[in-house]
Design a protein around this ligand. Structure first.
Ligand code: MN
Length: 565
């Protein structure tokens, strides 16, 4: 078991005490692979230690499964380790009990988890826990593997990314990739095997050339190295580039780490003097950091042998922050008062905090359960959202401009369908009332009531619109059942790439089938598009043939059809 990191710590540290406690508490438990259970706690603790979380967080990481899996209670933790550790362990235990709904709206789920973790440290420890679970996933039963991998890819990896923890996010994605998309993973591995090795060797060859040139210009880089793009992020990029590897310039990128920001720009000048820059590919994420705080210079050049190579330039400090993300800020907060580890944190103090990080932290500090706190939300996470409460104080997250009808449908489609009125903060309001953050909303329902067509122009959320249309269609179907279907509707979900729509329509043209209507919707965030096409009634055989052809188009994810009126 990996206990070396514990040796670095002073004997009287609370972390030692937590380890001893976990060791005793889990002594009769084993992991699926036969290891003593505490080995998992040790790994999670070690990761948090490496992310430089404070003593309380590392202790909580060691103890995170104690209440969940053994006879000990939160009271026991409180008695032995104090309020702070107990608070963190309690949050982790609650999170463990949280049942992930199979809600297709993963964005809401992510936000929900954020609001669920009253303290961001809980989320960060949870991410360390999830990382180790994913690293040892092979030992779990298949069904749990699938669930873990899905949650990791849809919820935890994106959350890590938003928290600026780039390396962790990429690692989680890569660990989940073979389970979530096994075929694509195998294909990518096979396709890239040579490319990776070859390009890595090429980059290595370039390192001494650029190092020498930098030195000649008085720039002494801390490090010049190459990094290979992670598999899942490569896969995601390929989906956008017609699966064409020749269009991916950053499969392997050269990375220059300097001491100061000035040197970053000076190094950029040297690179551009040495090799001609590729037009329109320069990105200054130092002047304009990414939303998650990522800072670096990116440029693409025609390098040795006129080959295209991406070069990334950043300072040591940026490099560290790009990897640790929000954990770096927490570490700073926690370590401020602890002299022992201060040495490791030189140069961090003048770090400009990411605006949204401090906003989020403030929001969390003010999270007192009073509706007023919601008025202050203006962070990136919560932009364009309103947070309203049910009479039971559950938080419901809706688009700005949402109405009580949207709220009702969010509670349950039946509540939406049967909604006849609403009370906001105890007062009756019209159904088109615009909800505000902090409103307490109560829906008045009447059995057997059906939604009205006019609601479609009132509601703001996609979910409500969908439900209303379904309910209206169901009503119409009852009326038209006698006449039978008049059209076939195809739904095609695909990677969002240029030319895809044309590939689909040309299948219709080649089969001499007239399209009655066509619409497409793009989910920019997920890079998926859904195309809906109506055409006249076709024989089943012809439908099957079409479906098969759609499936063969590069980038297709799902196809389906149904008969409609
Ligand atoms: Mn665990």
């Amino acid at each position: 078991m990996a206990t070396e990191w514990l040796q670095e710590l002073p004997k009287e540290s609370i972390i030692h005490k937590a380890y001893a406690f976990a060791l005793e508490a889990h002594k009769d438990e084993e992991r699926m692979n036969g290891d003593p259970y505490v080995s998992h706690c040790l790994e999670v603790g070690k990761t948090c230690f490496e992310w430089r979380l404070g003593d309380a967080s590392v202790a909580a990481a060691l103890l995170h499964d104690v209440v969940e899996d053994t006879g000990f209670t939160i009271q026991d933790i409180k008695k032995n380790f104090g309020d702070e550790v107990a608070f963190l362990v309690e949050g982790l235990t609650k999170l463990e009990h949280f049942q992930y709904p199979s809600d297709p709206d993963v964005e809401n789920l992510r936000k929900f988890i954020i609001s669920f973790c009253e303290d961001l440290r809980i989320l960060i420890i949870k991410l360390a826990d999830r990382l180790h679970n994913m690293q040892t996933l092979e030992h779990l039963p298949k069904e749990r593997q699938q669930r873990f991998a899905w949650e990791t890819m849809e919820i935890y990896a994106p959350l890590a990314y938003r928290l600026g923890m780039q390396r962790l996010s990429g690692e989680l994605d890569d660990l989940a990739f073979p389970y979530v998309h096994p075929e694509e993973y195998k294909w990518l591995l096979k396709e890239t095997k040579n490319d990776y090795t070859e390009r890595q060797e090429y980059a290595k060859k370039v390192v001494p050339i650029i190092t020498k040139e930098l030195e000649k210009n008085g720039i002494h880089p801390v490090n010049v190295d190459s990094r290979a793009k992670r598999y899942f992020s490569l896969y995601r990029k390929l989906l956008r580039y017609d699966m064409d590897f020749s269009k991916i310039y950053d499969l392997v990128a050269l990375r220059i780490v300097t001491k100061t920001v000035t040197e970053c720009y000076a190094a950029l000048g040297v690179v551009h003097q040495l090799w001609q820059p590729f037009p329109n590919r320069f990105k200054d994420y130092i002047a304009r950091p990414k939303a998650n705080g990522y800072r670096s210079l990116h440029t693409t050049v025609f390098c040795v042998d006129n080959r295209i190579l991406e070069v990334q330039i950043r300072t040591e400090e940026m490099h560290e922050e790009n990897e640790l993300g929000i954990a770096a800020h927490w570490a700073y907060e926690e370590v401020k008062n602890s002299k022992k580890r201060k040495a490791k944190w030189k140069g961090v103090e003048d770090k400009k905090e990411l605006a949204w990080v401090s906003q989020l932290q403030n929001w969390q500090k003010n999270f007192t359960g009073e509706p007023e706190f919601l008025e202050d939300l203006k962070t990136n996470f919560f932009k364009d959202r309103v947070f309203v409460l049910t009479p039971e104080n559950d938080i419901i997250d809706l688009t700005v401009g949402a109405t009580p009808i949207d709220f009702a449908y969010r509670i349950h489609s039946d509540v939406g369908d049967q909604c006849v009125g609403a009370k906001v903060n105890g007062r009756i309001v019209p159904l088109e009332y615009e909800l505000h953050s902090g409103d307490v909303v109560e829906i008045i329902t009447q059995r057997g009531k059906k939604p009205s067509e006019s609601w479609l122009s009132i509601v703001k959320t996609v979910g409500a619109k969908k439900h209303i249309r379904n309910a209206l269609n169901a009503g119409r179907k009852m009326l038209r059942r006698k006449t039978g279907p008049t059209a076939v509707e195809f739904k095609i979900m695909s990677a969002d790439r240029p030319g895809y729509l044309k590939d689909v329509t040309s299948i219709f043209a080649n089969s001499k089938i007239n399209i009655l209507s066509l619409s497409s919707q793009i989910d920019h965030r997920m890079k998926f598009s859904t195309i809906t096409i109506h055409c006249g009634i076709l024989p089943q055989q012809k439908i099957e043939k079409l479906l098969l052809k759609f499936k063969k188009i590069a980038g297709t994810r799902e196809v389906s059809h149904r008969f409609v009126q």
